[in-house]
Design a protein around this ligand. Structure first.
Ligand SMILES: [Zn+2]
Length: 338
């Protein structure tokens, strides 16, 4: 049995009295200094005021009467730790400040430096089978949500495929690694590449470049650039790593599992970074030059796409050309200066 002295205060009244609290294993009782019983409660039902350094912690009864210890340092053993958080924060304010600065810094560093760096190292180690599986899943999802079968005639598809194979051949690129597929897309002219080397072009981009097939070639070379630099897999691994990081920070590891399984969708929704677009552009410029063509063709492709999307098309974030809209003018300039 522990005793502490203090003041008993009646709730809602100005009346108070010097008293002593008797603390036993299961309850606390208050007696006046004359030995009169004033109040009592069980330990687990006791309520307390917040613990603030330098101030006593009041024991509060259900009828709002209070017992205020004389010693401001005294802490009730029945007080749950949750009620002591303000005090812990105040005592450890330096830790709190450091955490407030370091946590965002850590997250920034992870997302901008560590994860991209790690993905550069990890991507080449991913087996082709996984890359193929992810690509197929992604195309299946995009097909279901956004794309329809191509309405181009077989002859036109064959003519474009022949032109594609000729380009691959001239640049000594393996034809079994790069496959061209045709689709129709209600939101207009577009092209995109999957990590396994499948390049999808829409009927609408074929129509947009029908008078000048080399313009389409420049777009296809840009897409091959994304495959060559493994941008899709880098994006996918970064998205998984970021999700796992957040799951670890917020303690939701099961959620992370779902994210890993949903990578195909993540790949579809996240845009390539500016650096990735520049890298793919540079690849296209070099290959156009190697073919004896001008990078100006790519500038023309960008202008045609920009115009088509400005005039009549709804926003769509996921295909290659729309995602990089704000930088279009800059990219056109780069092509002209190359
Ligand atoms: Zn691109």
């Amino acid at each position: 049995m522990k005793q502490i002295t203090g003041m008993y205060q009646w709730g809602g009244e100005a009346r108070s009295l010097a008293a002593t609290a008797f603390i036993s294993d299961d309850h606390i009782s208050i007696q006046s200094n004359e030995g009169e019983h004033l109040n009592q409660c069980l330990n687990e039902q006791a309520k307390f005021s917040d613990a603030i350094p330098g101030l006593p912690v009041d024991l509060i009864f259900n009828n709002n009467d209070r017992f205020i210890p004389d010693n401001p340092q005294f802490r009730w053993s029945a007080q749950k730790s949750g009620q002591r958080i303000p005090e812990l924060l105040e005592r450890n304010w330096l830790t709190v400040v450091i955490a407030l600065i370091l946590v965002p810094g850590f997250v920034w560093l992870m997302i901008n430096k560590v994860i991209p760096g790690a993905s550069e190292a990890v991507v080449p180690l991913i087996p082709d089978r996984v890359v193929a599986e992810l690509s197929e899943q992604t195309l299946a999802v995009i097909d279901k949500i956004h794309l329809d079968e191509s309405k181009l005639s077989n002859e036109r598809q064959k003519a474009i495929t022949d032109q594609w194979n000729q380009v691959l051949n001239q640049l000594a690129l393996p034809p079994d690694q790069y496959t061209l597929k045709f689709r129709s897309f209600s939101a207009g002219p577009n092209a995109f590449a999957l990590p396994d080397g499948t390049v999808i072009i829409t009927d609408q981009i074929v129509e947009l470049t029908a008078d000048k097939p080399d313009v389409l070639t420049s777009v296809l070379l840009h897409e091959i650039g994304h495959v060559h630099h493994q941008h899709g897999m880098k994006l996918a691994t970064q998205s998984v790593a970021t999700s796992v990081l957040f799951a670890m920070m917020f303690g939701d590891i099961e959620g992370a599992g779902e994210v890993v399984l949903g990578t195909g969708t993540a790949l579809m929704q996240s845009a390539f970074s500016r650096d990735m677009e520049s890298e793919a552009d540079t690849y296209a410029f070099k290959q156009l030059t190697a073919l004896g063509m001008s990078p100006e063709l790519f500038a023309e492709a960008m202008e045609r796409l920009q115009q088509a999307h400005e005039t009549d098309l709804p926003e769509s974030e996921w295909l290659d050309y729309l995602s990089s809209h704000p930088d279009t003018q800059e990219r056109i300039e780069r092509a002209r200066q190359f």
